[in-house]
Write a protein that binds this ligand. Structure first.
Ligand code: FDP
Length: 335
């Protein structure tokens, strides 16, 4: 087997990002260094007194875990030293941080996704998204650089801290996955050009809000359950509760994920910029689709950094069926 490191792979494909001049390699190097360190911290977390809450609440109203804080600080420090990064926005921070005015790119990150799983050894992840800045190089970046919309992403990806540590990314030329080889300390190409299976083997959602969903969605899911009961090969429920882990399993094995809004809270829970855009681009690149129930996620216009959205991820045919079901109710459900 030919071993191709992430660094080699990225440097061979620099031109995937039009006009790239080694900047993208350096950004990915920082991302992968952060990922290696977080992977190391997670493995010995219970022994290093870095589990549990820190005692503050973040902009999302969620209690910050020590490892959330540590991961956020780590990425901020890595990016602050990178001359190509003009600014950094994190799900954990109130607002964006301007970094190097000479940088051409801005980066958005969910440093440790799936916080509720950190303390119990269940897989968690990091999600990232990179844009070419819109404001002139040499000036401090502004919020507009981060609010360009999902189709303006130049790279997006995630790291899964699971049984292996995996890094998957896209620059719009397919999705490529790498596995951390702990002895060498390198990410090695393990999943070139990933394509999502059409067949839905798994479905993933937290159904504790079933009765709060719009009735059209309840009916759709009830019908899915009925079909499953009659099927010789029924789909199975798999829900980790870490978006990265649920996404990754469904991407490789074939599955459908949703985190819909409720009638009272149609905007849902997940974050458009930090979670939905990068996952939407990755799944589209792998042949699947991502919507807010009705509209393609990548076409949803961003208005603020911490905007939330309903999120549906899966094979195109299934998402089209869901969109047809929900479309007549859009004004009621605002899904
Ligand atoms: P968490 O709150 O544990 O950080 O984005 C947040 C997220 O996890 C996702 O990773 C996950 O898919 C979802 O929330 C889980 O939410 P529920 O606990 O409401 O199911």
């Amino acid at each position: 087997m030919q071993l191709v490191t992430l660094e080699q792979f990225v440097s061979d494909r620099q031109q995937e990002i039009e006009g790239a001049t080694g900047a993208f390699s350096k950004i990915l190097r920082d991302l992968s260094l952060g990922a290696k360190l977080i992977s190391f911290y997670l493995r010995r977390a219970a022994l290093s007194n870095i589990l549990g809450e820190i005692g503050i609440t973040n902009i999302q109203g969620e209690s910050v875990q020590k490892l959330d804080h540590l991961s956020n600080t780590l990425f901020r420090q890595l990016f602050a030293k990178n001359p190509h990064i003009a600014g950094f926005a994190s799900e954990e921070d109130d607002t964006f941080t301007p970094l190097n005015p000479e940088g051409k790119y801005v980066i958005l990150i969910d440093p440790l996704d799936g916080s509720s799983n950190i303390d119990v050894g269940v897989p968690v992840g990091t999600i990232f998204s990179i844009y070419r800045r819109q404001t002139p190089v040499g000036t401090p970046c502004t919020e507009a650089d981060f609010l360009q919309g999902g189709r303006a992403q130049v790279a997006a990806g995630y790291v899964l801290y699971g049984t292996s540590t995996l890094l998957f990314y896209t620059t719009g030329k397919g999705v490529h996955g790498f596995t951390l080889e702990p002895a060498a300390g390198d990410f090695i190409l393990s999943h070139p050009d990933v394509k999502m299976p059409e067949k839905v083997s798994y479905y993933s959602f937290n159904d504790n809000q079933f009765h709060e969903w719009h009735s059209a969605l309840q009916d759709f899911i009830s019908a899915l359950h009925r079909e499953n009961r009659q099927s010789a090969k029924p789909q199975s429920l798999r829900y980790v509760g870490s978006l990265v882990a649920d996404f990754h399993r469904n991407l490789l094995k074939g599955g459908f994920f949703m985190y819909p809004g409720t009638v009272a809270k149609p905007e849902g829970k997940l974050r458009l910029l930090y979670e939905a855009y990068p996952m939407a681009w990755l799944i589209e690149e792998a042949g699947g689709a991502a919507t807010n129930g009705i509209q393609a996620i990548l076409d949803v216009r961003p208005t603020k950094l911490h905007q939330r959205t309903a999120l549906f991820l899966g094979p195109k045919a299934l998402l089209e069926k869901i969109a047809q079901t929900l479309q007549p109710h859009v004004s009621v459900a605002k899904i």
